[in-house]
Design a protein around this ligand. Sequence first.
Ligand code: HEC
Ligand code: HEC
Length: 323
Amino acid sequence: MRRFLRVVAVGGVGLLLLGAGFYTWASATSSRSLARSIDSHAWEVPVPYPLEAGEVEARGLTSGEAEAEALAQALERGRHLVEARYACGECHGSDFGGGVMVDAFPIGQLLGPNLTSGRGGVTASYTTADWDRIIRHGILPGGRPAVMPSEDFLLMSDQELSDIIAYIRSLPPVDNEVPPIRLGPLGKLLVASGEFVFSADLIDAHDAPHAELPPPAEVSVAFGRHLSGVCTGCHAMDLAGGKIAGGDPGWVAAANLTPHADGLRDWSYEDFLRAMLESRRPDGSEIREPMSFVAPFAQNMTEVEMEAIWTYLRSIEARPTGR
Ligand code: HEC
Ligand code: HEC
């Protein structure tokens, strides 16, 4: 009995030391991973995006008028982009004054910074290359990899990036100091073990040129593929779904969106619309978080956008559900 107790005591202390050692390893490894500096190109875009020469000429606009008209059009496009397609406000707040990506103890506190020009806003000294770096590469101005899911924005064209910058710059300043990201013990472990992959590491070409314009807004596979870029952060690059890497551990796995038997093979376009707009499956059951966060954005999409996404989803390879 005594011997047994000793074994238990020694074992307990050993486990404790092992745990402490493991935690030290996870802390050091995750800090190192976050402190890396990643190189990317310096990609500048004009803001606002200029009108086409043909339009300026045809309408006989002076250069001042052309500039004002370009800004008005950019703001209108930018508003639609953030309200319907690129859900920045989901994590940066609907007024862009700061919001929440994940705030759950063992994972950590990953807050979306204040992007306005108010007190606590972080974009005042941003160049357009800095905007490109964080949004399309997942890299902060100093080079550190960001926890933001930038792979969602990989297909964003220069004009869309420019429109979003113009729109955010036009917003009223919000005074709000947002604390920097803080990883909890589980967050550190996920980063250290490679379970949480930074967008900057998922995106392999940080010097590849970006498309200048989005594909034409029409019901086509090309436009649908472009719009589906924002689904990949959760549904995976091949849209076959599975566990959401880097998400809240309480979230359910993402569904398979390919035309596989596990996926949307038997769905009609009406089924798809109902899922996107009302968060209901064909059998009437409710679609859960975090997909239900998508509905308010999908409700702002045009019919052409919705039909284009569906056309693209029908065209991709059927695959079994991912990991
Ligand atoms: C899923 C949540 C999420 C979405 C969606 C999102 N962001 Fe972020 N964003 C974050 C988080 C979290 C950070 C802080 C990253 C860090 O410090 O590692 C961040 C950082 C940033 C920064 C850098 C701020 C700084 O510290 O310099 C900018 C700029 C930014 N986001 C812009 C955008 C824009 C524009 C969009 C939409 C196209 C967007 N974000 C969509 C979560 C998100
Ligand atoms: C923030 C993560 C996230 C994003 C972004 C996201 N989804 Fe989802 N989606 C999910 C999850 C998780 C489920 C599964 C929900 C459930 O099982 O209740 C899901 C379910 C679905 C379903 C229902 C499928 C089924 O079999 O029940 C459809 C359709 C869908 N998503 C389409 C899309 C499209 C299209 C986009 C991009 C425009 C998108 N999702 C973006 C996480 C996301």
